[in-house]
Design a binder for this molecule. Structure first.
Ligand SMILES: Nc1nc2c([nH]c(=O)n2[C@H]2C[C@H](O)[C@@H](COP(=O)(O)OP(=O)(O)OP(=O)(O)O)O2)c(=O)[nH]1
Length: 136
C-alpha cells in the first residue's frame, strides 16, 4: 500500500576503540525515544554530504574531531517508525582526536559488540548489531 510517510535521512557512527569496543550514547530523556542508547550522529544540514554531517555531529555531540578518510561505511538501517521512515547509514570510525564527552547525551558507554543487546536501542538499530559483531 502506498504510504505518505516522509523519509528521514540520519547518519550515524560506531566509534571503535583499541579494545574493539563500540561507543553508544544515551538519548536525552525529553526527546523522542528518550533514554534509549544510540550511535552518535544526526540529520544532515542543507548542503552537507553525509560524511560532513557526521564529522560535524561528532564534534557537536562528543567534542571529537575526525576526517572523511577515517569514516568507513559498514551498513545501513531502513526502518518504518509511526511518523517517518528512517534511512540511516552506519559508518565505523577507529581514528579521531580528543576524548568523547557527553555534550548532548545523558551518558556514554563503551560496550563490546556482543553486549550491545543488553542496552535498549531504537528498533531501527537492532539489525545493525550483528554487522558490528561480524566486523569485530
Ligand atoms: N543518531 C541516531 N539517531 C537514531 C539512531 N537510531 C534511530 O532510530 N535514530 C533516530 C532517532 C531520531 O528520530 C533520529 C535522529 O535524529 P536527531 O538525533 O538528529 O534528532 P532528535 O530526535 O534528537 O531531535 P532534534 O535534533 O530534531 O531535536 O534518528 C541512532 O542509532 N543514532
Amino acid at each position: 500500500m502506498h504510504s505518505e510517510k516522509s523519509m528521514l535521512f540520519v547518519v550515524a557512527c560506531a566509534l571503535i576503540d583499541a579494545d574493539r569496543r563500540v561507543l553508544i550514547a544515551q538519548r536525552p530523556a525529553d526527546k523522542n525515544m528518550g533514554g534509549l542508547w544510540e550511535f552518535p550522529g544526526g540529520k544532515l544540514e542543507a548542503g552537507e554530504s553525509p560524511e560532513q554531517a557526521l564529522i560535524r555531529e561528532l564534534r557537536e555531540e562528543l567534542a571529537i574531531d575526525t576526517q572523511e578518510a577515517c569514516l568507513a561505511p559498514l551498513t545501513f538501517a531502513s526502518f518504518s517508525y509511526e511518523n517517518f521512515h528512517l534511512l540511516m547509514p552506519l559508518y565505523v570510525c577507529r581514528k579521531w582526536q580528543g576524548t568523547p564527552q557527553a555534550l548532548e547525551h545523558q551518558a556514554l558507554k563503551w560496550v563490546r559488540p556482543q553486549k550491545l543487546r543488553d542496552y535498549a536501542m531504537p528498533p531501527a538499530d537492532e539489525p545493525l548489531i550483528a554487522h558490528l559483531c561480524d566486523l569485530l
